[in-house]
Design a protein around this ligand. Structure first.
Ligand code: FAD
Length: 454
């Protein structure tokens, strides 16, 4: 065969890319194609922070391909129409694509298969490219997916992963294939991380040399910022989950084990979403909630979004999100619990705000983690409520995280930084920090009544 097409989606890398390897093995020339998909823009997923990161990824991918004698072909429009057009223009015999899990990705694959077949072009879909273990590989006896993480993880850990592939040496692209220019975008968060495979691999090497060893002990330390920050690279696929698991395991130790467990959480949510695509917006397990909404709790929603709830650790995390387009996992847990449980506001309101800003904003991880926290997902303790003051004292014991992100409280010494309402009269007025939007016991009572817990 003369030409194959590789459609890049959530796998914007050259290392460990089975579709690219298969296309290069099958044909003399390959079209590495990225389609700026109109439907993704239309669904509101194309937000500034992720567009800026994506632009970095595409630039880096193009540069990597050029070093190997090729280039990236960029089109925009309907993804299926564009792929078919490119296949037709180049008389390609095959299109290669990584499997993905969302309802949208599943429909895209289906449409591509049908439309390409009508053109006499074969679609090859490659599993375990955007996950370490493909959804559906491990299943319980009576279901198509695991609904509880612990047994899933036991099975997941026993899987033999394929070997990670190196990057190709050369990529020959047919002459004359038209391409739009590479996009360029600016994020809205001033502290946004840079994207691209080169940057992802640099971060990964630094992580394996340094941070991973202490990960088991320090991953919950809000101020320590001791997690990998590889999530946007996993979301855009500039790093391969298979390669990450291999390299973490080769490093060894409790830190690496704890890190690999988090990668399994990522696969876990993906196998849930693959089997239940509607879990992106509908309760995975209804608790018959009658949530407060954006309309009925407007002021509280605004206070939460803007980081002025009067609970310092919640506000610190929400301000980190706005500033960096990223938030520490412990911050995500406690801000989500605060919205969905303490304020009893629909988890979808919070999930939407996160997706608006997160550079790693991801349908599977975001929506299913939100549901986990809201108690409508896979958490086996659906009614637990995180107390933000107790969380702050435990995970930010010195108050350094709060002082970093809430400048009004930067001068407050000691543990009272987590409970500024305890400051005396004049000191309290001087800091200019808001009063709590809700009394925690009132919030807890409302939630317990709503869930029929008395
Ligand atoms: C309410 C809420 C919303 C979230 N939204 C997202 C999201 O949109 N995108 C996203 O990638 N993660 C999301 N997470 C999961 C987690 O918070 C982030 O993956 C993590 O904070 C990213 O930082 P890191 O790369 O330093 O993680 P590390 O601690 O270094 O973990 C390594 C990798 O493991 C995966 N991982 C870690 N924790 C989880 C988890 N709980 N569930 C699934 N995968 C996990 C991520 O891919 C992460 O990059 C969310 C969690 C909560 C509670």
């Amino acid at each position: 065969m003369n030409v194959s097409v590789v459609l890049f989606t959530s796998d914007l890398r050259l290392h460990d890319h089975p579709p690219l390897r298969a296309a290069l093995d099958a044909a003399r020339e390959v079209v590495p194609l990225f389609v700026r998909d109109r439907a993704v823009d239309g669904a509101g997923f194309a937000v500034p922070n992720r567009l800026a990161f994506l632009a970095d990824c595409l630039r880096d991918l193009d540069a990597g391909l050029r070093e190997r004698g090729g280039r990236l072909v960029v089109r925009s429009g309907d993804v299926v129409e564009e792929v078919c057009r490119v296949a037709c223009e180049t008389a390609a015999g095959e299109v290669h694509l990584s499997a993905d899990v969302s309802g949208y990705a599943q429909r895209r694959e289906e449409r591509l298969r049908r439309t390409l077949a009508a053109q006499g072009v074969r679609l090859h879909v490659h599993e375990a490219v955007t996950t370490a273990v493909a959804p559906g590989t491990v299943t319980p006896a009576a279901s198509d997916h695991f609904a509880v993480f612990t047994p899933y993880f036991r099975h997941w850990s026993r899987q033999r992963l394929r070997d990670a592939l190196g990057a190709p040496r050369t990529v020959r692209v047919p002459d004359g294939v038209g391409s739009a220019g590479l996009p360029s975008h600016r994020g809205v968060s001033v502290g946004l991380a840079s994207g691209g495979e080169t940057e992802g691999r640099r971060r990964l090497s630094a992580w394996l040399r340094g941070g991973i060893a202490d990960y088991a002990d320090r991953h919950d330390d809000l101020a320590g910022d001791a997690t990998s920050r590889l999530s946007p690279h996993l979301h855009f696929g500039t790093l391969s989950p298979v390669e990450l698991v291999h390299r973490a395991r080769a490093t060894g130790g409790p830190g690496a084990e704890a890190f690999v467990r988090q990668l399994a959480w990522r696969d876990f949510h993906r196998q849930v979403l693959a089997a239940r695509p509607d879990a992106a917006y509908a309760d995975y397990r209804t608790r018959h909630d009658r949530w407060r909404t954006e309309d009925t709790a407007r002021e509280e929603v605004e206070a939460w979004r803007e980081g002025r709830t009067g609970y310092p650790v919640v506000d610190a995390a929400m301000r980190q999100l706005r500033h960096e387009g990223w938030m520490h996992n412990r911050g995500r847990l406690l801000t989500a619990s605060f919205l969905a449980k303490t304020l009893y506001i629909d988890w979808r309101v919070g999930a939407r705000h996160f997706l608006q800003l997160l550079v790693d904003g991801d349908v599977a991880n975001n929506q299913l983690n939100w549901q986990w926290v809201a108690g409508t997902g896979t958490d086996t303790r659906p009614n637990r409520v995180l107390n933000p003051v107790a969380q702050a004292k435990r995970y930010d014991p010195d108050g350094a995280y709060v002082r970093r992100w809430v400048p009004e409280l930067a001068g407050i010494e000691g543990p009272v930084v987590h409970e500024p309402w305890k400051l005396r009269g004049r000191d309290r007025a001087a800091v200019g920090y808001p009063e709590p939007v809700v009394d925690l016991s009132v919030g807890l009572g409302r939630f317990r009544r709503a869930r029929g817990l008395g």
